[in-house]
Ligand binder design. Structure first.
Ligand code: FAD
Ligand code: NAD
Length: 449
């Protein structure tokens, strides 16, 4: 008889948990995973994937306008939100099925219910069933942070945004980060009057200032409104089902929706972590070492619940490294969290890797900044006054490229390839030695002088 029911019990079947579970099983471990909502987790069910589909759907608003400048007449164009919403939700169902199938193919046992740690090596499921495991992986992700003020319960979060019955005529989005800027773009393209309300005057903290400023200018041009340095006082429901919003120092607004996009908090509450003494940080995140191991030697944690970098590819890498370390060839594997490329799927999108100009100046002292500020060819013919901006930051000491930042149509697609060069430590001379592909936007990267 085995000492434990399972070699590994994973709590949470999201990006990190699914990867860890199936890789551990492929290494020969007996694995079970519990999921309280839907297999696939945030990214697949109510994050990256359905969000990107809405971004595609939204962008047609501009494409259809631009098409007329390229000779196309499109009579009677109209947009059907319910049709798009349901198509997206249907594809999410399909993906959930694929993730479930992958786990099944690897003989991972799935419990479709909440799990909590009950004691040493012991897990209790919502049904009351108790199981034991040699190792426990906490991969419970994070949830939207909600602000606290009178009437805050009327606000939705990104979780609900995918299920709306209609596009709001007027929406206030709280926050100035990823989700606020992405959903402002989506709703604006669908015809909503969008207002971003931020407690400071900084959007997308951590991104290069010139790009953030460019996105703000373009967003304003597209009709997105911004209210900076203000806070919510209250939200009241009106008789006609709309919302009266009071903000400090601003006139009252009547809107159809208020959406919080004010960060995501690690899902550690009520997990029983205190019963076994797992150490948490200030935001409730699980503290782990470079191998994702907690202070309790048989408990590991990966992904958003550790609040290292809240991105899907990072959660996946952490899950993979954990499974290889604990169930693989005995070689410990740590995830390199440096130089992670990222993108904001705003309209237009931003993509970035490495140091911003400010960070490079502070850390390296002497740097060279190359910049290309151009109007993409397609925008010129379309009469769209939207300029793109590329920045390449070099260490003046050795010519190494330490950062690339872009705001441009398809910037995330271009960045994935450019990030390889930055990660590999290539120099400006290496870029210069590469022949351009003409005519493209990406050629700007090798033509900077
Ligand atoms: C709107 C939105 C857009 C995003 N867009 C992007 C993007 O474009 N690119 C990108 O890289 N990242 C994006 N992200 C972030 C990305 O979704 C997360 O970083 C990623 O999903 C984290 O994976 P995870 O495995 O840590 O957690 P999750 O994927 O959140 O999985 C955790 C799972 O655990 C389950 N769970 C929690 N507690 C329990 C319990 N006690 N018992 C059983 N199950 C439990 C949850 O139901 C959930 O399914 C986005 C996030 C949001 C919200
Ligand atoms: N394209 C992508 O990769 C992508 C897209 C969406 C989300 N994500 C991930 O999900 C995470 C969560 O997204 P997000 O946009 O909610 O977070 P965020 O950290 O990007 O932005 C949060 C915003 O809310 C504001 N805020 C925080 N606390 C507040 C408070 N108490 N009162 C008022 N404002 C407050 C912040 O100033 C900030 O502007 C991101 O950090 C990111 O890691 C990634």
């Amino acid at each position: 008889m085995a000492e434990y029911d399972y070699d590994l019990f994973t709590i949470g079947a999201g990006s990190g948990g699914v990867r860890a579970s199936r890789v551990a099983a492929a290494h020969g471990a007996r694995v079970a995973v519990a999921e309280e909502y839907r297999v696939g987790g945030t990214c697949v069910i109510r994050g990256c994937v359905p969000k990107k589909m809405l971004v595609y759907g939204a962008h047609f608003a501009e494409d259809l306008e631009d098409a007329e400048h390229f000779g196309w007449s499109i009579e009677g164009k109209s947009f059907d939100w319910i049709k798009l919403r349901d198509a997206v939700l249907k594809d999410v169902d399909r993906l959930e099925g694929l993730y479930t199938q992958t786990l099944g193919n690897h003989e991972v046992t799935i419990f479709d219910e909440r799990a909590e740690i009950a004691g040493d090596h012991e897990i209790t499921l919502a049904s009351g069933k108790k199981v034991t495991a040699k190792y426990i992986l906490v991969a419970t992700g994070a949830q939207p942070a909600r602000l606290d003020f009178p009437g805050a319960e009327h606000a939705i979060t990104s979780n609900e945004a995918f299920h709306l019955d209609k596009v709001p005529e007027k929406i206030i989005i709280a926050g100035g980060g990823y989700i606020a800027n992405e959903f402002a773009g989506i709703f604006n393209e669908f015809g909503s009057q969008v207002c971003i309300v931020n407690r400071s005057d900084v959007l997308l903290r951590g991104y290069d200032e010139a790009l953030r400023d460019r996105l703000l200018q373009i967003s304003l041009m597209k009709g997105i409104e911004f209210k900076f340095n203000t806070r919510f006082e209250s939200i009241e429901k009106t008789d006609d089902g709309r919302f009266k919003v009071k903000l400090t120092g601003c006139d009252e607004e009547i809107v159809d929706q208020v959406m919080f996009a004010t960060g995501r908090l690690p899902n550690t509450r009520g997990l029983g972590l205190d019963t076994v003494g797992v150490e948490l940080g200030e935001k409730g995140e699980i503290k782990v070492d470079e191998f994702s191991q907690t202070n309790v030697d048989y408990i590991y944690a990966v992904g958003d619940v550790t609040d290292r970098v809240q991105l899907t590819p990072v959660a996946i890498r952490e899950g993979q490294a954990f499974a290889d370390t604990v169930f693989g060839d005995g070689e410990p594997r740590a995830v390199d969290h440096s130089c992670i490329p990222s993108a904001v799927f705003s309209h237009p999108p931003i993509a970035s890797v490495g140091m911003t100009e400010g960070e490079a100046r502070n850390q390296l002292g002497s740097i060279k900044v190359y910049q290309s500020d151009f109007r993409p060819m397609k925008n010129v013919l379309a009469g769209r006054n939207e300029r793109s901006l590329f920045k390449v930051i070099c260490d003046a000491a050795d010519d190494r490229i330490v950062g690339i930042h872009m705001i441009a149509p398809e910037a995330p697609e271009m960045m994935q390839a450019a990030a390889i060069a930055v990660k590999a430590g290539l120099t400006k001379a290496d870029f210069d030695a590469t022949t351009a592909i003409h005519p493209t936007m990406a050629e700007e990267l090798v033509l900077l002088r």
